[in-house]
Design a protein around this ligand. Sequence first.
Ligand code: HEM
Length: 123
Amino acid sequence: MNEKSLYERLGGYDGIDGFASNLLPRLQADPQLGRFWQNRGADGLAREKQLLIDYLCASAGGPMYYTGRDMKTSHKGMKISASDWTIFLGHAGATMDALGITAQERGEIAAFVSSLKADIVEA
Ligand code: HEM
């Protein structure tokens, strides 16, 4: 049994910052998902990225207090579909490949992300 938190095993704050920095451009450049980030200002994008990093750090057992909104509130009304979700999972997998995240951590990340699906997918 590994006693280190997922946060520590992912490389702490810098590891999770690297994860978000790799994933977000993939989502924003995707032909189907790009619409969610169209016409957003640079400051809004930077703020949202920081909230994602804080949320992931806090959820993985890091010493952060997440000050953003919960997943249901922050995605409500975007009409994120099951098809959008499948594409999102593909990009998350590509990010994990790119960062060399190993099987144990991949499994924990996949289980965590799956637990959010019902709050995020609505159409
Ligand atoms: C298809 C999947 C997803 C799409 C299209 C999506 C899209 C978005 C967009 C456009 C925003 C900005 C909302 C705003 O500024 O009002 C947002 C916020 C956010 N998303 Fe997602 N998201 C997805 C999945 C996820 C997942 C799986 C997570 C967590 C692992 C997540 C975490 C967050 C967080 C923490 C915020 C900021 C909340 C806040 O503003 O208080 N999202 N998402």
